[in-house]
Design a protein around this ligand. Sequence first.
Ligand code: PEP
Ligand code: MN
Length: 340
Amino acid sequence: MVIVLKNNASPQKVSELTQRLERSNVKANLVEGVHSTIIGLIGDTLHIDTEAILANECVEKVQRVQEPYKNANRKFHPDDTVIDVCGRKVGGGHLQVIAGPCSVESEKQLMQTAIACREAGATMLRGGAFKPRTSPYSFQGLRMEGIELLLKAKKETGLPVVTEIMSLAHLDMFADVDVIQVGARNMQNFELLKALGRCDKPILLKRGLSSTLEELLMSAEYIMSEGNSKVMLCERGIRTFEPMTRNTLDISAVPLLKNKSHLPVVVDPSHATGLVKLVGPMSLAAVAAGCDALEIEVHCDPKNALSDGSQQLTPQAFTQVMKKIKALAEFMGKPVDDVG
Ligand code: PEP
Ligand code: MN
């Protein structure tokens, strides 16, 4: 970290600042240049609050030279993290396809969709039991009954299940869930992230609606700093000025996140675009960009879905998209897991 001092900084104030910094277990080197004076901090600066330093009257600006995340940083963990979900590997040289309905609506709807996803080659099942809806009058999910149905579908298909948690108070209900999803709206629910950091389950962490990649990585850091290193980062589109799509898929996030972090990267082309016809092309773009998993919404009857009908693929459309995903993944040398 580099602290640039104001030209009129008094030696007394600079000395007080230096002493205070050194009490935080870093070495503070004062470098007097021709035009400006800086303090270079050496050591673990993660715990140093840049805002607090900036509040000091002798400080002009503060610049971090290291990223503020350590556990999620590839610099300190050069090898890809590979997360095992009931034998499916997420990360490394594998590609997983998580598919299923936006919401779990009924036993019939979930079973029909889950079986079709499995037949098309999906390797995990998704389905929302707790739904974060913009309107409180929209379908809110079947809650515990939805989780029970997912576990039943897992028994029937063998597919591990991924479902979203919305509140810390519900954590006990997720005991048998294979992957806990943190939705875009909860990416910065720090108490929830810390609690998930203390449980031993893979977490699929979605990028917030208007969050930067560094903010996403800092949220992963919250989970990891509590001891859980099984975090998947998910790009699901961000808000831009473009109204033709629900969100804008930031495809560059995939290679960038993989460069900055060792954590697996998932892409959700369904929420990223909101449009059935874009899900296939964006899935392929994500695979080409190097993602480790896709999360795709599939519904046995999208026209009558209780949420996100316009972006959910029919089983027939998903089967077609899967064929292309498999062919491209093979070509990329990162084949979709064959779950037999
Ligand atoms: C979802 O996956 O069901 C969901 C609500 O996604 P997001 O949090 O990305 O909006
Ligand atoms: Mn949805």
